[in-house]
Design a protein around this ligand. Structure first.
Ligand SMILES: Cc1cc2nc3c(=O)[nH]c(=O)nc-3n(C[C@H](O)[C@H](O)[C@H](O)COP(=O)(O)OP(=O)(O)OC[C@H]3O[C@@H](n4cnc5c(N)ncnc54)[C@H](O)[C@@H]3O)c2cc1C
Length: 410
């Protein structure tokens, strides 16, 4: 892999940096309308959905250009786009598997955040074992009728549309009876209930479907092929954005070093403490490893390949790092790390431009650091994928696989 930037990349980065310096919102974006307005400003500048084909409103941009924009956004802590799931997983899935009508109906509205999307995969007893899902779609002649429940739906309360996995055949092995639908969330028969988190926020929802409706032409791919299509969606979800995570951590680490220069520990500043310096050093070294994992994915994308199982290596690494890093921060800051508000400015995570796209509180970030080791496939599941698909180890023993093998006469 060639890791050097071309002259063109360097010039592009300079242009992007200038744009963000001139256009970064001065005040915190509070309402959904303000976030949509910022999204559209980014879109007008060509920084949303950059990798999408031009015919769907994208820029046909190279993966390197996309990585540069993400990196520059993270550097100034710019608020993110409002339709994250729409852009990162829904759009690419529709581009790969959708009909021409579905592409022209949905893609542009994802791009300009006219329609916001959520992902309706997980259920109370179907997370890691996603194929065990029970939510059903029944053929009613002119439409599909949906009954069942989903859970952990990120951003469900602001979503206009969702990608839904539902069971369409009860009588075949579980992976073979699932279909992939696009469902309008703004209809009677859909009850979206926010879940309260330990941080005080409510970013996730439970979603209940009672005789909800999916139009016949909103099935993606063929009937009962949903499992294969979901694999495309999950491939885009894992590993993406690893490089901009590196930049975000670097910014956070620099701020931590600043705080340690004034924070007093046992009568001297924290930065003079050998144990603190060791933690900061380790955090930096491990970040460099993450950078190379990100560059490896980027190099694959630059060659025109899709994200492969190595995105599971990056996903496992960054989510476990997130927990380790915030644990070290808590140890270093002591009681100041536990505050969810009211941290003295000298010790706060951010000095407070107000325009931040993130919470900007060490304690909140610590509590949130447990999420990445669960979503988009938990750490244990990533290890299974790495073992089986990267290292070629034997598949784990699972009773449902034995069942399928028996049915096939194996
Ligand atoms: C922050 C966050 C956002 C999310 N957003 C969404 C969303 O927008 N849409 C959506 O559909 N879902 C979403 N999810 C749900 C997420 O995908 C599931 O929580 C995840 O797949 C794990 O499933 P589970 O919670 O049912 O845990 P379980 O599958 O019950 O797992 C419990 C534990 O057992 C381990 N385990 C399970 N099976 C195995 C195995 N075979 N080998 C080894 N260990 C195993 C797991 O790793 C885990 O530690 C979100 C979750 C979080 C935390």
């Amino acid at each position: 892999m060639d890791l050097s930037f071309t002259q063109e990349d360097i010039a592009f980065r300079a242009r992007v940096r200038k744009w963000f310096e001139e256009n970064l919102p001065k005040d915190e974006l509070k309402s959904l309308d303000e976030r949509v307005a910022w999204h559209r400003k980014l879109y007008a500048a060509g920084y949303v959905g950059m990798g999408w084909p031009k015919e769907y409103g994208g820029q046909d941009a190279r993966p390197m250009e996309q990585a540069i924009v993400q990196d520059e956004m993270a550097r100034v802590n710019a608020p993110s786009t409002v339709n994250g799931l729409g852009l990162s997983i829904v759009g690419p899935t529709i581009i790969h598997h959708g009909t021409p009508e579905q592409k022209s109906r949905f893609l542009r509205k994802i791009m300009n955040a006219e329609e916001i999307w959520c992902q309706l995969f997980s259920e109370p007893n179907a997370g890691s074992d996603l194929a065990a899902l029970k939510c059903r779609a029944d053929d009613k002649g002119d439409h599909w009728e949906i009954n069942g429940q989903k859970v952990w739906t990120s951003g469900g309360f602001i979503a206009d549309w969702g990608i839904l996995l539902a069971r369409t055949d009860q009588n075949v092995p579980k992976h073979q009876g699932i279909s992939f639908f696009l469902i309008n969330m703004r209809q009677p028969g859909i009850d979206v209930r926010p879940l309260k988190q330990i941080t005080g926020g409510s970013e996730f929802c439970e979603v209940f479907f009672t005789k909800s409706r999916v139009e016949k032409d909103h099935l993606i791919g063929k009937l009962n092929q949903g499992w294969q299509i979901a694999q495309t969606t999950l491939g885009f979800e894992r590993g993406a954005g690893t490089l901009n995570r590196v930049t975000t951590y670097l910014m956070s680490l620099r701020r931590l070093v600043d705080v340690c220069r004034s924070l007093k520990v046992n009568g001297h500043t924290a930065i003079e403490d050998a144990a603190v310096r060791q933690k900061i050093g380790r955090a930096y070294v491990e970040l460099e490893v993450m950078r190379y994992a990100g560059l490896r994915i980027l190099s694959r994308l630059e060659k025109g390949q899709r994200p492969g199982p190595e995105s599971s290596i990056a996903k496992l690494y960054y989510s476990e790092y997130d927990k380790r890093y915030h644990h070290w921060v808590m140890e270093i800051l002591g009681p100041y790390g536990n505050l969810l508000e009211g941290t003295p400015a000298a010790y706060a995570e951010e000095t407070g431009s107000g325009a931040s796209g993130r919470h900007g509180v060490w304690g909140v970030d610590f509590l949130q650091s447990f999420g990445p080791t669960i979503y988009a496939g938990s750490s244990q599941i990533q290890k299974n994928i790495i073992g089986e698909r990267v290292l070629g180890l034997p598949k784990e023993v699972r009773t449902d696989r034995i069942e399928i093998a028996k049915q096939k006469g194996g």
